[in-house]
Design a protein around this ligand. Structure first.
Ligand code: PSU
Ligand code: MN
Length: 297
């Protein structure tokens, strides 16, 4: 595992560090905007008083913190694969390059000693679960990794109530940030309730300290912050376009790792970019909040 000097020094001095995932850059956003966004997220983390550590695998090396050229490679190189946690070992052995999903990023960040991680929407239980058994590896990894993940809920293309049930079963703590409804990624609310609400970075830090006193912590803490009201996707447009996307995904027989990027891309095209703007607004807010949480620790 190779840490940039900046990340290494910050961790050694116990200064705030925020991990960022790279799958959203390589496979979740259109080019060339993805590179601008990757740079913007790092800048937002810095503005919030923390050191950003975007995580990826390049030529078989785990990188915690990327320089400008490396970030560009992740954003523009077609050979950059999508790596979940289980893909890390074969990617390292084959000296391959790949962007890390939430599961791989959370795992690597925790191993590096980073305690806060920001992303857009988590993976989870897919709507066709009874037929496809498609459940993101994000959930199991979060169940066994002690890291705080700031997100806008789980991607709304998923079965949100089923995902929340799985998180409960797996023992993953979920906090609503300023809300008592679980956020809906592109939407402010998924309509589902959350049991616990926090209202400041200090309150999140207090929960993290309590976790430490209890168990170590052995599982993740999810801080779910909704996209600002005026930047959410129109809920009606969301529902219509998503129904189409799910139909098309089924008709075309898309499966496995390709499902999530396909749905996100379909929504972006059919909403003429509105879903992208909502996605970006959510991720930006999460990068900022993650920095403030890391600083509050
Ligand atoms: N959040 C976003 N865009 C994304 C993702 C999250 O705003 O593209 C990525 C994350 O890397 C997450 C992955 O881990 O989608 C889930 O993919 P799957 O459903 O194949 O596990
Ligand atoms: Mn999947």
């Amino acid at each position: 595992m190779l840490l940039t000097e900046e990340v290494q020094e910050a961790l050694a001095d116990r200064r705030p560090v925020v991990a960022l995932e790279s799958t959203i850059i390589a496979h979740g956003l259109p080019r060339p905007r993805n590179l601008t966004v990757a740079e913007e997220l790092e800048a937002l983390v810095r503005a919030g008083g923390a050191v950003p550590a975007t995580i990826a695998v390049l030529d078989g090396q785990v990188r915690v913190g990327l320089d400008k050229d490396q970030l560009e490679r992740v954003a523009a190189d077609d050979s950059v694969r999508k790596l979940g946690h289980r893909d890390l070992a074969p990617a390292l052995a084959a000296r391959a390059s790949g962007a890390t999903t939430v599961s791989a990023t959370a795992f690597l960040a925790a191993r590096a000693g980073i305690r806060v991680f920001a992303t857009g929407g988590l993976g989870g239980v897919h709507r066709e679960w009874t037929e496809t058994h498609d459940e993101s590896a994000d959930l199991r990894l979060l169940a066994q990794t002690g890291i705080t993940v700031v997100c806008a809920g789980v991607k709304s293309v998923l079965d949100v109530p089923a995902t929340l049930q799985r998180l409960e079963t797996l023992g993953v703590t979920v906090l609503g940030y300023g809300v008592d409804r679980f956020p809906g990624f592109y939407l402010r609310s998924s309509g589902e309730p959350v049991d616990w609400t926090v209202r400041s970075p200090a309150e999140v830090a207090a929960v993290m300290h309590a976790q430490e006193r209890l168990d170590g912590p052995e599982s993740a803490l999810i801080v779910a912050q909704p996209v600002p009201e005026d930047e959410q996707l129109d809920p009606q447009l969301h529902d219509t376009v998503l129904a189409e996307a799910l139909d098309e995904c089924r008709e075309r027989g898309i499966s496995g790792q390709a499902v999530t990027p396909f749905l996100l891309d379909h929504l972006m095209r059919r909403t003429e970019g509105a879903s992208l703007e909502a996605n970006l607004a959510a991720v930006r807010g999460n990068a900022r909040l993650a920095a403030h949480i890391a600083a509050a620790l």
